[in-house]
Ligand binder design. Structure first.
Ligand code: F6P
Length: 548
């Protein structure tokens, strides 16, 4: 592992050349040989923080590679960027804002932004959220007919949906005070499906939108409001709604009373907003204690990120490993496989967190980036993934590094099922790293009695190249604390990667063009305007022939 004394930073160019030189060696990408040569690899390439264990031993990292990557981190000022972020500086340079999601789970007085105590506003909102949650659970805040709520519906999209939906999926347990539902897509089939399961007289509706202008969310909010109004009366619909937003003017214009608006500041990015008022559905569905423990887990990871030495710093090591895979070895994608069904929505959350943050092609200074940035991120829970895309990861032409997320202790009593689940996860990691050589494939087929001609014919198909890297993250159990730490780990990895690549991980201009064009195409679909793009015009003509 890298030495404990921190050497001075070289230039980014020389530091990067040192990394590249190691990757260019004939054994630069070797994983199997490293595992075989060194049974102590796990001990030296696994690290602990905030209750999590991160195993990097099934990669081609060596001490020399890590030293070089940490040298590159120093040259790019990765930890200086972390410190600037924690000081509340405007690290989101294209929007002139801080990125202070750590303040959302930090202790009182810990963070400032624009010279103000950022934590004070956070804790005032947390107190209001807690009061509201406990009043709903105690039956002091009830539906308009005086009966308790049974369901909460969160309307939001992107960061106003994915984080809370993922956490609720992971932490909700039968017997909880409320069932939670999430409506994100503007496709009204989604609303029709939900509506069939919900009773307007028992449903508390949250409209979650940082801007309160997002077309999909506002369209759905109007549909749902009309549904409430039809059942309760126009004047009573607002009484079963609350808003989670930074835009208090728009929430008032929508008719949501001020005492039902839970705010946050613009220094909370949408994909980092789970810990803010946007997490209210989590608190309502999983209990205030569950939400508070989630924040505590994230806070523990924040402390680790801010304090752990660079050679043991989990987010920094995870980011450095990504640089190694994406830039040094040229692997353009990564899969996330949680081996826990309750984490089924984790890949979706990470897709937004990572790809919206790191899908950038220019540096902070506006120049084209010199190296590939954010990889494609995708995933599914194991073991389902094994029967889906894992074929390509084992035998496709380009290695796709995998993040395995394992949970040691289940919350069910079916020990054999859990053993099978974990055995599969461990087997996948082993198979990717070790592969099966042609000689091994031949020997196995011969042993099973296949004729020589068949062995010859099938040997190439049954050979696994191996040297396919993976990392594993072990949670002791799926608790609010371990989940909070896990999500915060990925958030901080994203911030580190932003600094490694000198890109802004906190803006998302790339989503704007499509939004603008959709506004122009809407009247074309209703036949009130002409399209400016010929292919769009032709497709709209086809649609209009079939849907009048
Ligand atoms: O997709 C773009 C985006 O701005 C995301 O960054 C954000 O999470 C999502 O839209 C929803 O935005 P809002 O919370 O403002 O409705």
């Amino acid at each position: 592992m890298a030495g404990s004394a921190t050497p001075a930073a070289g230039t980014p160019e020389t530091a990067w050349q040192a990394v590249r030189a190691l990757a260019a060696r004939p054994d630069g990408a070797a994983v199997r040989a490293r595992l075989d040569a060194d049974p102590g690899r796990f001990a030296r390439f696994s690290h602990r923080g905030a209750g999590l264990l991160l195993d990097l031993s099934r990669t081609a990292l060596t001490e020399a590679v890590l030293d070089a990557l940490l040298g590159f981190a120093r040259a790019r000022g990765v930890l200086a960027f972390r410190d600037a972020m924690a000081r509340g500086e405007a690290v989101n340079v294209t929007e002139g804002r801080a990125a202070l999601h750590m303040a959302l789970r930090g202790p009182p007085g810990a963070f400032t932004a624009d010279g103000e105590d950022a934590s004070a506003a956070v804790h005032a909102t947390l107190a209001a959220m807690r009061g509201f949650t406990e009043a709903v659970h105690a039956g002091r805040i009830v539906a308009t007919d005086g009966a308790p709520f049974t369901d909460v519906l969160n309307i939001g999209i992107g960061g106003s949906d994915l984080g809370p939906a993922m956490v609720t999926r992971a932490l909700w347990r039968p017997g909880a005070a409320l069932r939670a539902h999430y409506l994100s897509n503007v496709d009204a089939h989604a609303w029709d499906e939900l509506r069939a399961r919900l009773d307007p007289r028992r449903t508390l509706v949250l409209v979650a939108s940082k801007t309160f202008t997002t077309q999909e969310t506002m369209t759905n909010a109007r549909l749902v409001r009309a549904w409430l109004a039809e059942a309760l009366g126009e004047d009573r619909a607002g009484a079963q709604m609350a808003a989670l937003s930074t835009n208090l003017v728009a929430t008032a214009a929508f008719g949501i009373p001020a005492e039902r608006v839970f705010g946050f500041r613009d220094w909370v990015g949408g994909r980092f907003s789970l810990w803010s008022a946007v997490g209210l559905s989590v608190a309502l569905a999983c209990g205030w204690d569950g939400f508070a423990r989630l924040l505590a887990g994230a806070r523990a990871m924040d402390a680790h990120f801010l304090e752990a030495p660079e050679a043991e710093n989990l987010p920094l090591l995870l980011a450095a490993t990504e640089i190694w895979h994406v830039d040094a070895l040229g692997y353009p994608a990564r899969a996330v496989l949680p081996y826990d069904e309750r984490l089924a929505r984790l890949p979706a959350h990470l897709q937004q967190l990572e790809m919206e943050s790191l899908g950038k092609r220019v540096t902070l200074a506006g120049a084209p980036v010199a190296m590939p940035t954010g990889p494609v991120v995708f995933g599914e829970p194991g073991t389902n993934a094994q029967h889906s895309f894992m074929q390509l990861i084992h035998q496709g032409t380009t290695p796709v590094p995998v993040d395995f997320v394992l949970v040691a202790r289940p919350d069910h009593g079916h020990a054999e099922s859990h053993r099978i689940l974990l055995a599969n996860a461990l087997a996948q990691a082993e198979a990717l790293a070790r592969g099966r050589s042609e000689a091994e494939a031949r020997a196995e087929m011969k042993k099973s009695g296949l004729p020589v001609a068949e062995v010859d014919r099938l040997a190439p198909h049954r050979t696994f190249p191996g040297d396919r890297p993976s990392i594993s993250i072990l949670l002791p159990a799926l608790t609010p604390e371990s989940l909070g730490a896990l999500v915060a780990l990925y958030e901080h990895k994203v911030a580190c990667l932003g600094a490694f690549w000198s890109i802004n991980p906190f803006d998302q201009w790339g989503v704007e063009l499509g939004k603008q064009l959709a506004g122009g195409i809407l009247p074309v679909l209703s036949g009130n305007a002409g399209a400016s793009d010929a292919a769009t015009a032709a497709m709209i003509a086809e649609i209009r022939q079939r849907w009048r």
